[in-house]
Design a protein. Structure first.
Ligand code: MBD
Ligand code: FE
Length: 260
C-alpha cells in the first residue's frame, strides 16, 4: 500500500503534468494564466469558500469514492458545512418564530449493512432558508439557523422538523457566477438538505437529499444529483397550511473501506 506522502507526491506531479499539457495544447499565455489564478483567488476573497471547485469538481470525487462501498452513497458536502451545530433536545431545527417556508418532516431509520438498527448515531443537518441563504455564511440570518444535530433512537430512527428549502441559486455577481455566465449555464441547484452521520462504530457519511418534482434535478449546476438521493415529497394539507414529509433510510458502513 502506497503511503499518504508517496500518493500525494505522485498526484501533485501528475496534476502539474496534466495542467502543463493542457496549457501547451491551448497556447495558454501569461495573460490567460493570470486570469485563471485571479479567478481562483477572487472566489476565495469574495467569501465563496470552496464554491468554485465544489460546483465543478466535487461530485466527481464522491462518485469515485462510492465505488464498492457497502453503505449509503456519499454526496457532495458543498461549501456551507460548519461543525458544532446545536445538539437538539427535540426534532425541531433552530429557526425563527416566523421562519418562512412550508414545514417539512424529514425522518427515517439508520441501519447497518445487515439491516440492524444503528442507535445513537449523530445526524448533523444543515440547509438554506426560504431565501436560499445559509446561516453563518450569508448575512441577515441568525447564527446556527437551520443547523442542528439529532441522535437516532434505540430503533435507529431519526426525525428532523424543518422547512422545505427552495432551489439554491449561486450568487450571480461573484467570481463563480461570472464563470457560469461565461459558460452560459444557469445558477441553480435543486432544493436540498445536507446531512452528516457519525457513530463511533461506523464510517462517517456525508449525504445530501433532494425532492422529486424539483425543476433542477436534471440540470443541477453542481451536477451532484444521483437517483438514490431523490426523495418522494409527500404533501399533507393540514389546518395551518401545507406540510411536507419525506423519508430516507441510511445505511452506515461498518468500516471495511480501505483507508489510505
Ligand atoms: C451548495 O449549497 C452546495 O450544497 C453545493 C454542493 C455547491 C454549491 C452550493
Ligand atoms: Fe448546499
Amino acid at each position: 500500500m502506497e503511503t499518504t506522502e508517496a500518493r500525494s507526491k505522485t498526484l501533485i506531479e501528475s496534476l502539474i503534468a496534466t495542467n502543463i499539457a493542457w496549457m501547451r495544447a491551448n497556447r495558454i499565455t501569461h495573460e490567460d494564466y493570470r486570469l485563471a489564478t485571479d479567478t481562483l483567488i477572487a472566489s476565495i476573497r469574495h467569501g465563496e469558500e470552496s464554491l468554485l471547485l465544489d460546483v465543478f469538481l466535487e461530485a466527481e470525487a464522491t462518485d469515485i469514492g462510492n465505488i464498492g462501498i457497502n453503505g449509503s452513497p456519499e454526496a457532495v458536502e458543498g461549501p456551507f458545512y460548519l461543525p458544532g451545530a446545536p445538539l437538539l433536545a427535540t426534532s425541531h431545527m433552530p429557526q425563527r418564530p416566523d421562519e418562512r417556508g412550508s414545514p417539512l418532516i424529514l425522518h427515517g431509520a439508520i441501519r447497518d449493512p445487515s439491516g440492524a438498527p444503528v442507535a445513537n448515531a449523530e445526524v448533523d443537518v444543515w440547509q438554506a432558508d426560504a431565501e436560499g441563504r445559509y446561516s453563518n455564511f450569508h448575512p441577515g440570518v441568525p447564527d446556527w439557523n437551520l443547523r442542528g444535530r439529532v441522535i437516532s433512537d434505540a430503533a435507529g430512527r431519526y426525525s428532523v422538523t424543518t422547512i422545505l428549502p427552495p432551489p439554491y441559486e449561486i450568487p450571480k455577481d461573484g467570481p463563480t457566477g461570472r464563470v457560469l455566465t461565461r459558460l452560459g449555464r444557469h445558477f441553480f441547484r435543486p432544493a436540498h438538505v445536507h446531512v452528516k452521520l457519525r457513530h463511533p462504530d461506523f464510517v462517517g457519511l456525508t449525504s445530501q437529499l433532494y425532492f422529486d418534482d424539483d425543476p433542477y434535478l436534471d440540470s443541477d449546476v453542481a451536477n451532484a444529483v444521483r437517483d438514490d438521493f431523490v426523495l418522494k415529497l409527500r404533501r399533507r394539507d393540514a389546518e395551518g397550511g401545507v406540510r411536507y414529509e419525506a423519508i430516507y433510510e441510511f445505511v452506515l458502513d461498518a468500516g471495511n473501506r480501505v483507508s489510505a
